[in-house]
Design a protein around this ligand. Sequence first.
Ligand code: NAD
Length: 300
Amino acid sequence: MRKYETIGLIGLGVMGYGMAVNLLKAGYRLAACDVNQERIRMLPDQERVIALENACDVLKYTDTVITMLPNSPHVLSVLEGENGLLAGEVPDSFFLIDMSSISPDVTREIGKKLEGKGYRFVDGPVSGGQSGAMNGTLTIMAGGSKEDVEEAMPLFEAVGKNIIHCGECGAGQVVKVANQLMSAINLISMSEAFTLGTKAGVKPEIIMNVIKGGSGRCWAVEDRMPHILDGDFGPGFTVDLHTKDVKLAVDMARNMNLPLYAANLAAELFKTAQVKGYGKNDNCAVIRLYEELAGVSVRR
Ligand code: NAD
């Protein structure tokens, strides 16, 4: 087993920042890289943080790198781009752990490429949102060989609680896409049900309290509806990122010639929310499409 001292972390956004805080809490040093240097300056324990602008510099300080970036092109560019990880001198023991939510196909390509060079790679997308990242309680869906996932385990345990080895390289991303598809469809079903009920004259907080104990209960109602009732659409997990995840599901299905009905509807609805200008809002802002159509506000 390798002994970790300094960990490379690329991408300190909503999720990566909380993960950085918990890696520092666990006693590691960080070689932190983000195009937005302010995210690194915000970290506590600055004496144990090396701030870097280019990914290729991270491997000067460590052989182990976690990426937490928005989508597949960002991960590919950080890996293979002009100033990417592979652009400089790469130690033979290079170990990449990608915790972003990206395409399973791209993940498998990365795995194959790195394996071909003798490097190690694990995918470990997460669920649990900003609070899970800050509290170190993320659910982690790991994909890779048993040995590589075991090797990543001390780092996963520093940032997460529920760590599941889903299968070979890319399996973590497959499970993450499935989860994201369900949560998107649940957000839409919640939006329809609450707009309908509110328009029909029942207070939305009453509908929420009933459904929390009924068969319609889900994360969307339990976690997101209280924010909608307060008119709080600040992210959280943005419409833009959730649109990306639903598109990953639709693309996977298309590649397998698999008809998915609700997924395609969800993709169009989330795209509509983007076109309406809600992209940077929390994903629960999809309800605003229905509120506008119905002429009601689902608020306290
Ligand atoms: P974010 O946009 O807040 O953070 C991304 C960070 O990456 C930003 O700080 C950005 O400056 C940095 N970045 C972008 N390109 C870069 C590059 N080339 N080099 C260095 N840094 C770069 O996104 P997030 O919400 O933290 O999400 C990250 C990933 O985790 C996404 O794939 C998302 O789908 C997934 N995720 C997010 C949540 C959530 O609740 N926000 C929950 C689970 C999973």
